[in-house]
Design a protein around this ligand. Structure first.
Ligand SMILES: Cc1ncc(COP(=O)(O)O)c(C=O)c1O
Length: 457
């Protein structure tokens, strides 16, 4: 029988996939290693298993123990799956900038989550680093794997990610690129690959607001480089022990915006529904590839996690627009729609005293499906063809009844500057059209048809 003893036995051996669309104009072959195929949907499953197994081997973690870690969410998920499989408890400290999805997912697999302020110094007692360390001191038979400085992190990639890439590229890899957070994925993997072929170039992807690139290029740990940024998982305001700058040949910095837009492109053009830092990795690696990759070269880029963890941010248009990551779409306004109808009011109303039969005729004659009901100059209600139709079918004798007896409430009046996106959110099955007064106080009707015209003009 072909089965795995437990879910943690399915960690690793993730596929390499060729990029075909976003690599337009790039020479050489660009492959991505899709780490969301791991059971915890991220590359961090690899280090979670290794850190726990090593802690068990070193006798640091005993039966029923508690695992405590500071995490951006992914390592937490990996540790939580290993803990479930091996019978440990989990407590994770997280910065409040991390997405709600990530926190909910950890709670879903039985972990306790402690949320800490993002914008405090690493050594501040409130930081998610310090709180994890303090809890580890307070809770008996607990371990704090500390992915930042724990050598098992890099070793996990030296023993798994590196060999998989070498095997799947049959040693043809020439360039290796990935985001740097703790540094394990970059430096553990690069150590293995460079031992196999020293000429392999490694490109570390950093973000603005992080210390890595300047440190690599100048040896200076410059606090001025540090400022809050949004991309999750990469960049740092500390220097983790797992970052070995000898393993990183080049650093490329990528903005939150470029990363977010590239992540969306990978999803829409390559069908790779990936996380934010995956966008950073591909955007930065392709920037490098544009200048350096030659025919015959093979570049491998790590895609650490899945898009589901960023539905409220990168994959949410309102959030993206609010952060200036998506151009403001200029929507036409009610005024534009009226102008497109040459300012002529095409408002047709029916008097409330008219019968249903007369109303049906008026709707048919005008070729419209709804209209306001008036009482003199005042609009007192609305009527639609579907309402008249269903009533005439149910009670044919009602054709002599006055429309005022069955009319719906009047259509909403909107302002001339309301944009199509706002207007379309007002039209629904209860409110089939909108009314607007122009500067000369003439009333105009705006229907779904008008909105479609405005959107497709
Ligand atoms: C989404 C994401 N991308 C990239 C990384 C960076 O990987 P590493 O910590 O191995 O440098 C992390 C690490 O937490 C991550 O969560």
């Amino acid at each position: 029988m072909n089965y795995h003893n437990s879910i943690i036995d399915t960690i690793g051996n993730t596929p390499l996939v060729k990029l075909n669309k976003v690599t337009e104009g790039i020479k050489g072959t660009v492959l991505v290693k899709v780490e969301y195929f791991n059971p915890g949907n991220s590359i961090k499953d690899r280090i979670a298993l290794k850190m726990i197994e090593d802690a068990e081997k070193e006798g640091k973690l005993k039966k029923g123990g508690t695992i405590i870690e500071g995490t951006s969410g992914n390592t937490g998920m990996g540790l939580a799956l290993v803990a479930v499989a091996k019978g440990y408890k989990c407590i994770f400290t997280m910065a409040d900038k991390q997405s709600k999805e990530k926190m909910d997912i950890l709670r879903a697999v039985g972990a306790e989550v402690v949320v800490c302020p993002t914008n405090v110094e690493p050594e501040d007692p409130r930081s998610y680093y310090s709180v994890a360390r303090r809890l580890n001191k307070e809770i008996v038979n607990s371990i704090y794997p500390n992915q930042y400085d724990n050598p098992s992190n890099s070793v996990a990639h030296y023993e798994t990610t590196g060999p998989e890439i070498w095997k799947d590229t049959e040693g043809k890899i020439t360039h290796y690129a990935c985001g740097v957070g703790t540094g394990g994925t970059m430096c553990g993997t690069a150590k293995f690959l460079k031992e196999k072929k020293a000429s392999i170039q490694t490109i570390g992807i950093d973000t603005y607001g992080s210390v890595f690139k300047k440190y690599k290029e100048t040896g200076i740990f410059d606090k001025n480089e540090v400022y809050p940024y949004l991309t999750e998982g990469i960049g740092e305001d500390i220097m983790p022990a797992n970052v070995d700058m000898n393993m990183i040949d080049h650093f490329i910095k990528v903005t939150d915006k470029d990363a977010a837009i590239m992540a969306r492109r990978l999803s829409r053009e390559e069908g790779l529904f990936v996380g934010w830092s995956c966008g950073s990795a591909v955007f930065g690696a392709l920037e490098y590839a544009k200048q350096h990759l030659k025919e015959g070269d093979v570049m491998v880029i790590i895609l650490p996690d899945h898009g589901t963890r960023y539905l409220g941010k990168v994959y949410n248009d309102v959030w993206m627009r609010d952060h200036g990551f998506l151009e403001e779409r200029s929507f036409a306004t009610a005024r534009d729609i009226i102008k497109r109808k040459n300012g002529k009011s095409d408002l047709i109303t029916i008097s409330k005293t008219m019968t249903l039969a007369e109303t049906a005729k008026a709707l048919n004659k005008a070729g419209i499906s709804q209209m306001p009901v008036s009482d003199g100059n005042e609009i007192v209600g609305s009527i639609s063809d579907s309402k008249v139709l269903s009533l005439l079918i149910e009670e044919p004798e009602s054709k002599t009844r006055q429309v005022s007896e069955i009319m719906d409430k009047p259509f909403i009046f909107v302002g001339l500057d309301n944009t199509v996106d706002a207007l379309s959110s007002l039209i629904d099955k209860h409110n089939k059209a909108l009314l607007v007064r122009d500067e000369t106080n003439q009333v105009h009707i705006i229907t779904q048809h008008d909105l479609l015209m405005a959107l497709t003009a």
